[in-house]
Design a protein around this ligand. Structure first.
Ligand code: DAH
Length: 453
C-alpha cells in the first residue's frame, strides 16, 4: 500500500484564515429537533446545529478501549512508552492518562482556550460538528488541555476520538482518534544541573493578559521563542521533548526509522514542529508538538512552569504499523478483521491480511444548485458528504467532486459527484446500489433544494 501523506492525524493549521462570514449561522433547519440529548445532557439546537444522528451514533464506541482492537493496541503502546520514559523517585509513572473524557466540548475549550484566532478556518461550521453555537464534538483532544492543567495536573495524556467534517476516501473518516500530551516543568526541575538559570526573561512583566484581550498569533512572533521565555529554557525543553518523541517514534517504528523535524505553526505552541518519518518512499507526518504558549498556562493558573505538548493521530500510526489499507476497517465488527489483532503481545504487531476484495460500483450524481448558490458559496460539499454518510453509511468508499460548471445563460451552477460504493464485508449488487443512489438523490433534493439532472 502506498500511504499518502493525507491520512488523518493532525490538521494543517498553517492554511491562511478564511473569512467566516459565509458560514454565519443560517436559519435553523426546520427538520432539526428543538433539542438534542447527547451523552446524557440536553442541548438546545440552533442555526449552528449540524451533527447528524449518524455522527452521534459514534459516541461511546470507544474503539481505542476495545480489547484487541488495533487502535487500542496503539494507545497502549503510547501510554506504556510514556510510563517508562518518565518515573518519579519511587519508580511510579509520572504521567496520568485520561481516555474517557466527554467528547462534547465548548467552543471555549476547543478553540478560545487554545488561542485559536476567532477567524481561523478550523472553527467553520463546514469543518466541525456543532451541537449548537456554544457546543461541538471536539475536533482535537487538545481541547481538554486547560481543564486538566487547571485541575492541577502537570504530566498527562488524553486519548479519545475526535470529530471533523471532511471528504470521504480511504484515509478520511468523520471520527478518528488522537492522543495528546502535556508536560510542565518548573525552573528547579529543568535547571537541576544549572541552578543559576531562569525560565523567564528578566524584562518580562509576568502579568496575566486581560482575558478579553486578543493575543498575538504565534504566526507573527519571533520564531525561536516566546517573548516571556529565556532561550536556555526553550532550548532545554525542546531538547527533552524531541528526545522523548524520537524515542516514541523509534519504539513504534523500530530503531532504524529515518525521521526529520519540520518547523510549523500551531496557535497553541511556539515554537512548533512536526515529526516526519520516511516510510515507503514518502515523508509521512506522524505528530505535531511544541512549547506551550505561556498564556495558556497562565490562564490555567500555572505561573512558574514551562510546558511542552504534542498530538498524534492513532489511525495514521495504525494504518502504517498494521498495513491497514482503509480507515473504515477500524469500524468493522467483522471477526475476520478483529481476530487478526491481539494485545497479548503488544510488541509483535501483525500485518493486516485482506479478508477478500469486494467489487466497487461507481455511480455519478449531477444536480443544479438553486439560483445564486455556488460551491463554497451557499453549498458546501461537506454538507453533501454528511448527507451521503447518513443515507448510505459505510457502503460508500469514496466521493469526489468530478465536475462543476455555470450555465452561461441561466447562470445556475451544476455539480457532479462521483460516488464509489464498496462494502467492507460483502458484495453489493448493482440493484442495491441503485436504490441507495436514488435515496441520496431524493435526500439531496429535500435538503439542498437542488434539481437532479
Ligand atoms: N491538535 C493538533 C491537531 O489536531 C495536534 C497538536 C499539535 C496537538 C501540537 C498538540 C500540540 O498538543 O502541541 O492538529
Amino acid at each position: 500500500m502506498l500511504l499518502t501523506l493525507r491520512v488523518q492525524g493532525a490538521r494543517s493549521w498553517v492554511k491562511s484564515t478564511r473569512c467566516l462570514a459565509s458560514s454565519a449561522a443560517p436559519a435553523k433547519s426546520p427538520s432539526s429537533p428543538p433539542q438534542l440529548e447527547v451523552s446524557g445532557s440536553t442541548y438546545a439546537t440552533d442555526g449552528w446545529t449540524n451533527v447528524t444522528p449518524k455522527i452521534l451514533s459514534y459516541l461511546g464506541a470507544n474503539k481505542h478501549l476495545q480489547t484487541d482492537h488495533p487502535l487500542s493496541i496503539i494507545r497502549q503502546r503510547i501510554v506504556n512508552y510514556f510510563y517508562g520514559a518518565y518515573r518519579n523517585q519511587r519508580g511510579n509513572p509520572l504521567f496520568s492518562v485520561y481516555d474517557q473524557m466527554n467528547p462534547v466540548v465548548t467552543v471555549q475549550q476547543n478553540f478560545d482556550n487554545l488561542l485559536i484566532p476567532a477567524d481561523h478556518v478550523s472553527r467553520q461550521k463546514s469543518d466541525c460538528y456543532y451541537i449548537n453555537q456554544q457546543h461541538l464534538l471536539r475536533a482535537h483532544t487538545t481541547a481538554h488541555q486547560v481543564e486538566l492543567i487547571s485541575g492541577g495536573l502537570d504530566n498527562f495524556l488524553v486519548v479519545g476520538e475526535v470529530y471533523r467534517r471532511d471528504e470521504i476516501d480511504s484515509t478520511h473518516y468523520p471520527v478518528f482518534h488522537q492522543a495528546d500530551a502535556v508536560r510542565l516543568v518548573t525552573k528547579d526541575k529543568l535547571f537541576e544541573r544549572n541552578p543559576g538559570l531562569e525560565l523567564f526573561e528578566e524584562t518580562w512583566s509576568g502579568t496575566l493578559p486581560d482575558p478579553k484581550l486578543i493575543l498575538p498569533s504565534s504566526k507573527f512572533m519571533d520564531q525561536t521563542k516566546q517573548p516571556c521565555h529565556t532561550l536556555e529554557a526553550v532550548k532545554l525543553m525542546e531538547h527533552e521533548m524531541k528526545h522523548v518523541l524520537v524515542g516514541l517514534t523509534k519504539d513504534l517504528f523500530g530503531p532504524r526509522i529515518k525521521y526529520r523535524w519540520v518547523d510549523t505553526y500551531f496557535p497553541f505552541t511556539q515554537p512548533s514542529w512536526e515529526l516526519e518519518i520516511y516510510f515507503k518512499d514518502n515523508w509521512l507526518e506522524v505528530l505535531g508538538c511544541g512549547i506551550m504558549r505561556h498564556e495558556i498556562l497562565q490562564r490555567s493558573g500555572v505561573h512558574q512552569s514551562i510546558g511542552y505538548a504534542f498530538g498524534v493521530g492513532l489511525e495514521r500510526l495504525a494504518m502504517v504499523l498494521f498495513d491497514v489499507p482503509d480507515i473504515r476497517l477500524f469500524w468493522s465488527n467483522d471477526s475476520g478483521f478483529l481476530s487478526q489483532f491481539s494485545e497479548k503481545d503488544l510488541h509483535n504487531l501483525p500485518k493486516y491480511k485482506p479478508i477478500s476484495h469486494y467489487p466497487q460500483c461507481t455511480n455519478d450524481l449531477s444536480f443544479w444548485l438553486p439560483q445564486d448558490i455556488e460551491v463554497d458559496a451557499g453549498f458546501s460539499p461537506n454538507d453533501f458528504y454528511d448527507l451521503v454518510r447518513s443515507v448510505a453509511g459505510d457502503m460508500v468508499e469514496q466521493i469526489s467532486l468530478v465536475d462543476k460548471f455555470k450555465h452561461p445563460k441561466t447562470g445556475r451552477s451544476s455539480v457532479c459527484f462521483r460516488i464509489v460504493y464498496r462494502h467492507m464485508e460483502r458484495t453489493l449488487t448493482q440493484a442495491e446500489v441503485n436504490e441507495i443512489h436514488k435515496q441520496i438523490a431524493s435526500a439531496s433534493v429535500d435538503s439542498f433544494n437542488v434539481q437532479i439532472r
